[in-house]
Design a protein around this ligand. Structure first.
Ligand code: MG
Length: 253
């Protein structure tokens, strides 16, 4: 069931979203060759707890996710587990997914960063994945449908020959990290749930340079592309308001 949010609740969600944005502000300064994904996790955890929030992902799911953020390198699509043994290398791309729970509400966002100098092909993948988010965002008008958002995202990614991940989707968000409705990154224009004021969703294109198919690794969390080609992820939490869609996961409220 979709839980619409009141204006007061949306203000709380902006405060939770700000904490998530602060994580990215901190990490963008430290992501470089030689840094372990464990170090990124520790910095993110400090930022989140320093704001009086709790990391949404720690102990989430089955088996319980063992870290405060997801860090996914190159062919890892999402849900990579931070590790002291995973050291960022020149030319990698690294996706960070972070969530924070503050005053009863979650924020959720993801960014993909270059590590040092990366190939033009990887640059384009990162850029187009972010563009997919903003193209979806622009479709989030009251009276539109989820399928309008989904189809616009897929159309943009596929116009570059990229694979759009099917098995994982964006989602409603609020008191729970994952609420109804699902927000797929593919779909049919004019179909699906109608977008109304008070709907709060995370839109999160997961775009593969090659094939769309993915598989789960033995750690039961990390999702990788089936062809070993890189994948990019970009996400924000947005609230639908009468004035238009509002990104909650940003530093300035
Ligand atoms: Mg999400």
């Amino acid at each position: 069931m979709v839980q619409l949010k009141t204006p007061t609740e949306i203000i709380k969600m902006q405060k939770a979203g700000r904490v998530v944005a602060l994580v990215f502000a901190a990490l963008s300064d430290v992501i470089r060759p030689g840094v372990s994904t464990y170090e990124l996790d520790r910095i993110a955890d400090q930022v989140i707890r320093g704001e009086g929030a709790v990391p949404s992902f720690l102990n989430y799911g089955t088996p319980p996710f063992p870290a405060s953020i997801c860090v996914s390198i190159n062919d890892e699509v999402v849900h990579g587990i931070p590790s002291r043994q995973r050291i960022l290398q020149e030319g990698d791309i690294v996706s960070v997914d972070a969530g924070a729970l503050l005053d009863g509400f979650h924020g959720d966002a993801a960014r993909t960063y270059p590590v040092g100098i990366i190939s033009p092909e990887k640059e384009q993948l990162i850029r187009v994945t972010e563009e997919c988010f903003w193209i979806g965002y622009e479709q989030c008008k009251i009276g539109s449908r989820v399928g309008d958002v989904s189809s616009a995202i897929a159309q943009h990614a596929e116009s570059f020959g990229y694979g759009v991940v099917r098995e994982l989707t964006g989602h409603g968000i609020g008191r729970q990290l994952h609420e109804d409705p699902d927000i797929p990154n593919y779909g049919r224009k004019g179909h699906g749930l109608r977008i109304v004021s008070g709907l709060v969703i995370a839109i999160e294109p997961m775009i593969n340079m090659g094939r769309k198919e993915i598989r789960l690794q033995d750690d039961e969390w990390t999702i990788v592309t089936i062809d070993g080609k890189p994948s990019s992820h970009y996400e924000n939490t947005i609230a639908i308001t009468p004035e238009g869609p509002l990104v909650t996961t940003k530093v300035d409220l």
